[in-house]
Design a protein around this ligand. Structure first.
Ligand code: 5GP
Ligand code: MN
Length: 370
């Protein structure tokens, strides 16, 4: 099918012009959306608020203006703490590899358009990675992490000077002919999901907040998004166990090294004892940064076959570099993630503390010398 979409609106403000790529890229995106019979939206494993927010927003936008055949593919199910943003109709179009592996891979194989949100390379989709890479579909990346694997995509929207994938997607969707430069053109479900994703990735405006982020928030509230309800759902709906575990962490588990590295190791026993589910420890890794001598904070959680690592750092220390060099991961300058593999990195959980202390000491010493 020939693409003849002409983007004939004038962006209204500098932020939009600054954040969105060339009009030709927006045209290319809408052209692909118009052509596609089957679209798959993919995001990173262990999907968080930004991963789900951007995916749902894209899903509802496509459903409203383009095709009805859209699937969101996930490696594993989103945590119940953010389930409020997924309505029953959307949920029917979500395929989770851990629950329905064949259907999920089949959807990827049949897609003629794949939109990757909130991750920089297909391996971040874990067991969906091989099928996504192998697909002959046209591939679009919309992401805010460092080091995008640009060669794997036909069209790349990658910006690091935004709060979140949700924010980047907001500026892109707003700039489409369908929205004509106005937030009012967004379906309400998209608008709410984008506000939610931006809110979780900024820790409710505590970090990564740019002028374009506040502009987005203002325009979405004007669009009618009930931000109070979103904040209530995100932060006032946890079980008691979360705060009880936090008490235990702060009293007994938090260690701070002479290098100013704070770390906490949560083994399976502890997670089970407190009945902790995915999403319940959201925000914990940021808290030790409130201590003046802490420059970097790590939270380790024992998972099925590996240890997941979250890293946050203050300005001047690169969480991304630390994760890349010592924790098999990456992310953003001051917020990154990774993993320790058993037995390659540590033989069991009892080795985790020693590994962290040794490797962060090497890292901080090198940073100080640089
Ligand atoms: P979190 O600690 O919340 O899991 O992750 C912090 C940030 O780093 C998130 O934006 C997340 O997407 C990113 N991240 C987590 N793990 C990895 C990884 O292994 N590689 C890369 N490139 N980014 C990661
Ligand atoms: Mn994100």
């Amino acid at each position: 099918m020939k693409c003849n979409i002409i983007c004939n609106f004038a962006p209204k403000n500098n932020f939009t012009r600054m954040i969105t790529s060339a009009t030709s890229d927006i045209n290319r995106l809408t052209c692909q959306l118009e052509k596609a019979a089957k679209t798959v939206i993919a995001t990173h494993f262990k999907p968080d608020g930004d991963a789900m927010g951007s995916s749902i927003a894209m899903y509802r936008f496509i459903r409203q203006y383009f095709s009805t055949d859209v699937k969101i593919v996930l490696n594993d199910r989103f945590p119940s703490s953010i389930a409020f943003m997924v309505n029953a109709e959307t949920d029917r179009d979500i395929l989770v590899f851990e629950e329905r592996p064949e259907d999920t891979v089949k959807a990827i194989q049949e897609a003629d358009l794949i939109i990757a949100l909130d991750f920089n390379a297909f391996h971040r989709a874990d067991r969906l990675g091989p099928a996504l890479s192998a697909s002959s579909a046209y591939k679009v990346l919309i992401d805010h992490h460092l080091n995008p694997d640009s060669g794997a995509f036909g069209l790349v929207f990658s910006r690091q000077d935004v709060s979140s994938a949700s924010e980047l997607l907001y500026h892109i969707l707003k700039a489409t002919p369908q929205c004509g430069g106005k937030a009012a053109g967004l379906p309400m479900e998209s608008a709410e999901a984008l506000m939610t994703g931006m809110t979780t990735d900024t820790n409710n405006f505590a970090n990564s907040t740019y002028p374009s982020t506040l502009l987005m928030a203002a325009e979405l509230i004007e669009r009618g998004v009930d931000r109070d309800r979103i904040v209530f759902n995100l932060y006032n709906q946890y079980g008691e166990n979360r705060l009880r575990l936090l008490g235990h962490i702060l009293k007994d588990l938090l260690t701070i090294t002479d290098d100013g590295v704070a770390y906490v190791v949560l083994d399976k026993d502890t997670l089970e004892r407190y009945g902790i589910e995915e999403g319940d420890t959201e925000g914990f890794v940021n808290m030790p940064l409130s201590i003046d001598r802490v420059r970097m904070s790590l939270l380790l959680k024992e998972d099925k076959d590996r240890v997941r690592v979250s890293i946050r750092s203050k300005k001047g220390i690169s969480a991304n570099r630390c994760s890349k060099l010592h924790f098999n991961g990456g992310g953003h300058e001051n917020a990154a993630g990774g993993r320790l593999n058993i037995p390659e990195d540590i033989s069991d959980m009892s080795q985790a503390a020693e590994y962290i202390e040794r490797h962060t000491h090497i890292f901080i010493t090198e940073e100080n010398e640089a």
